[in-house]
Design a protein around this ligand. Structure first.
Ligand code: RB5
Length: 146
């Protein structure tokens, strides 16, 4: 299950992201928002991040104007490692090296086709473990000490 959330600026891009998930046959839970009316991105990113942190969802995808607001919010939730990406290389490395469990993108930064490519890359890349596990454990330790 993939958690998806956006603010008003990410709403149109969310449609493209959901289309990719459908194309990949991946079930998702849509935490809103569901229109162009102005909302506060932390309220929505938080819901998706908490669904990932609780284990209800394996991965999360969050969208706002820049990706920064929803990404920063998500990374405040215990257990979340959210990669803010505007190209596929970072999405691939975010999974392979950082075991990112959430992806944030900015609808004012990436076009819909690039965003779709980033989503596909993120969801088909796998954590490589080994020396990266040691580093991710160091991140997780910091998270536990908060
Ligand atoms: C909304 O105007 C905008 O601030 C928001 O979508 C996001 O880019 C914040 O990081």
């Amino acid at each position: 299950m993939i958690a998806v959330a956006c603010d008003h600026t990410g709403f149109d891009l969310k449609g493209h992201v959901l289309a990719v998930l459908e194309e990949m046959g991946l079930p998702y839970k849509d935490f809103g928002t569901n229109g162009h009316g102005s909302v506060d991105y932390p309220l929505y990113a938080r819901k998706a991040a908490q669904a990932v942190a609780s284990g209800e969802c394996e991965f999360g995808i969050v969208l706002c104007g820049t990706g920064q607001g929803v990404g920063i919010t998500s990374n405040k939730v215990h257990g979340v490692r959210c990669a803010i990406c505007s190209e596929p290389y970072s999405a691939k490395m975010g999974r392979e090296h950082n075991d990112a469990n959430m992806l944030a993108m900015g609808a004012r930064v990436v076009g819909s086709e690039l965003a779709k490519m980033i989503v596909r890359t993120f969801l088909t890349s796998e954590f490589q473990g080994d020396r990266h596990m040691r580093r991710v454990n160091q991140i997780n330790k910091l998270d536990e000490q908060r």
